[in-house]
Design a protein around this ligand. Structure first.
Ligand code: C2E
Ligand code: MG
Ligand code: MG
Ligand code: MG
Length: 284
């Protein structure tokens, strides 16, 4: 009896496993098709300076609206793309689409002094990596200080030599580098020694409880002090409440990003958002 049960359980496990595999395989297949047919899109999340509430930048985030499954979050399809050699194509799509859209809407330079892109280890791993970046930014006027790459420590350390080589070229052209999800890796501080970095983004997991947890508050203060000493810009991500913003402002954090200010949005909404900001300023 027990044996039969065991066999049963094994069968159940197998079929669940099989389902899991084929679901991922289908998702991968669909992702390839979406990429090929340009059915991915991008959204934009504004960043603000706390001192004067001016726009300081905008982060570009990839979106995939699956025809049957609905929105598939980037935390699902980005790792899938990374594992199956699709991420460079996604990066090219995201960068080119965002630059086209922002230039066409006349939002870059005029309203957003900076546009940030998320990049993966694989984006630095090929002989043509540098060329791809140069090509993706080609429509921008030649000094590229308007462009920022957001790199996580994990992806930076996966391929440190590749990252260094590509960044040394991009750096000469003005491109900025931000260390994303700062504080969550094993050696965030060491990464700062290894790469030319101008900004850190404090991970949202630190921001979440700053007004309740004295420990988290002290950690954030320590990151801010370190960044100041190293002359790095700091952006706090995932700011959701006025209390968090108030705390960050008093602690000397320069820039913020989060649902409190704006959610990620498509270009049309971004245009409206910016024009509302401008008109409310004109009324003051
Ligand atoms: P990330 O770069 O750390 O981006 C921040 C994430 O936090 C975004 O999730 C954003 O929508 C979300 N967020 C922003 N403000 C708030 C807030 O106030 N509260 C909360 N709870 N969340 C907030 P999203 O868009 O789902 O992206 C998740 C991750 O996927 C990104 O984390 C990034 O690592 C990756 N990703 C997204 N787009 C791309 C891309 O084009 N290329 C690569 N390589 N990775 C991407
Ligand atoms: Mg990011
Ligand atoms: Mg982050
Ligand atoms: Mg992240």
């Amino acid at each position: 009896e027990a044996k039969a049960q065991g066999a049963n359980r094994l069968r159940v496990y197998k079929s669940e496993y099989g389902e899991h595999v084929s679901k991922r395989t289908k998702l991968l297949f669909d992702l390839k098709a979406a990429l090929h047919n340009q059915r991915l899109s991008v959204v934009y999340q504004p960043q603000f300076r706390l001192s004067d509430h001016q726009l300081s930048g905008v982060e570009v985030l990839a979106r995939w609206h699956h025809p049957e499954e609905g929105m598939i979050p980037p935390d699902v399809f980005i790792p899938l793309a990374e594992q199956h050699g699709l991420i460079c194509d996604i990066t090219d799509f995201v960068m080119q689409t965002a630059i086209d859209e922002l230039l066409a809407a006349d939002l870059l330079y005029t309203h957003f002094p900076r546009v940030s892109f998320n990049v993966s280890a694989e984006d630095f791993n090929h002989s043509q990596s540098t060329q791809r970046f140069l090509h993706n930014f080609a429509k921008l006027p030649s000094h590229w200080s308007v462009v920022e790459l957001e790199l996580t420590e994990t992806s930076a350390l996966l391929n440190l030599e590749g990252v260094k080589n590509v960044l040394s070229v991009l750096h000469q052209r003005g491109v900025q580098v931000s260390l994303d999800d700062f504080g969550t890796g094993y050696s965030s501080i060491n990464t700062l020694r290894l790469l030319p970095i101008q900004e850190v983004k404090i991970d949202q997991s630190f921001i979440q409880d700053i007004t309740q947890s004295a420990q988290d508050a002290r950690l954030v203060k320590t990151i801010l002090a370190m960044a100041k000493a190293l002359n790095l810009r700091v952006v706090a991500e995932g700011v959701e409440t006025p209390q968090q913003a108030h705390y960050l402002k008093r602690a000397g954090c320069e820039e913020v990003q989060g649902y409190l200010y704006a959610r990620p949005m498509p270009l049309s909404a971004l245009v409206t958002f910016v024009s509302n900001l401008t008109s409310s300023k004109a009324q003051r």
